[in-house]
Ligand binder design. Structure first.
Ligand code: ASP
Length: 309
């Protein structure tokens, strides 16, 4: 049997250490543990990597602590527009949705795009029509409301800045969620879900739903879920770049993930991190911000739930 493992993230760019209280830290860690356990259990019961990453991401989307599903950030028009994607490393099948509203678990809709449509990526009204045809129930705006997110938005509404500016204020807080897993059969998968950036305008789409930028899985190399300043992660084609370093330069998972996060993306001034697994169950979780909400567990017995370096 293959070593099986899972890693999850709840976003890079955490609250600066001084602002984090022990109570809040315990809350974040408990939420991460819940999602980790849910995904790991799927793997233990011989579920697929795709099922495990979906399950873990659903738990994170249901928590108001993270910027995905419930607790998504506000757009410039005080609404929520969510993006999500999922990819199966065995088949290279992928599904993604962008600019969706009212959907409790965007990652489920992304999986339905992968499995129940002929397409890979559905956006906006079309994605909502697809959800309607599958009888998705729509939540109203109050379900997604979170006071902290609303205050973050109030601070910058009517300006041209979006949440990237928070990075300068040193309280950058992205909060996208993601999971990568390697199952007992040695297949890998990745899923990512986000509300995007606070005060985003004009149908802005980040890296999270883009195959190869914020999310990628290929049994030949690795499964990756990213978090950080999406504009830079798109331009750096970050997730695929890690896979390329493994495939063409024969780097280890750890070395490739580090090279991209601590060198290449920094060179273009991007901040954030990623989680990665390969088909041997190895895990890497590099980030270049002060912290990244993250957790991992492997059948070899190692387990970690951390926020800061
Ligand atoms: N990468 C996400 C985006 O740009 C933000 C995040 O990671 O929180 O939409």
């Amino acid at each position: 049997m293959n070593t099986f493992s899972i890693a999850i993230h709840g976003g890079a760019g955490t609250l600066v250490k001084g602002m984090m209280t022990p109570e809040l830290e315990a809350k974040y860690k408990a939420a991460l543990q819940l999602a980790l356990d849910a995904g790991y259990k799927v793997l233990e019961n011989h579920g697929t990597a795709t099922e495990a990453v979906e399950k873990a991401v659903v738990v994170l989307e249901d928590s108001p602590l993270f910027n995905a599903g419930k607790g998504s950030v506000f757009t410039a028009t005080e609404s929520h527009e969510m993006d999500a994607s999922i990819m199966d490393g065995k088949t290279l099948n992928a599904g993604a949705v962008s600019l969706i509203t009212g959907i409790k678990n965007p990652v489920r809709l992304a999986r339905d795009v992968m499995e129940k449509s002929e397409h890979v990526f559905l956006a906006g009204a079309g994605a909502m029509q697809f959800a309607k045809e599958l009888d998705y129930k729509l939540e109203d705006a109050s379900y997604f409301y979170d006071e902290l997110r609303h205050n973050q938005w109030l601070e910058i509404k009517d300006t041209d800045s979006f949440q990237l500016d928070h990075a300068k204020k040193k309280d950058s807080k992205f909060g996208t969620v993601g999971a990568v897993a390697c199952d007992k059969d040695g297949n890998i998968a990745a899923a990512t879900s986000t509300g995007g950036m606070t005060n985003k305008k004009w149908g802005r789409v980040g890296d999270s739903p883009m195959v190869g930028a914020g999310n990628y899985a290929n049994n030949k190399t690795c499964a990756i879920s990213c978090t950080g300043s999406g504009e830079f992660f798109i331009r750096g084609v970050v997730a695929y770049d890690v896979a390329c370093l493994i495939e063409h330069k024969e780097m280890s998972l750890e070395a490739a993930a580090n090279e991209v996060i601590n060198k290449r993306i920094l060179e273009i001034k991007g901040d954030g991190g990623l989680i990665a697994v390969d088909t041997k169950g190895n895990i890497a979780m590099p980030f270049n911000t002060e912290g990244m909400y993250r957790a991992s567990k492997s059948s070899t017995g190692t387990e970690e739930v951390s926020i800061y370096k």
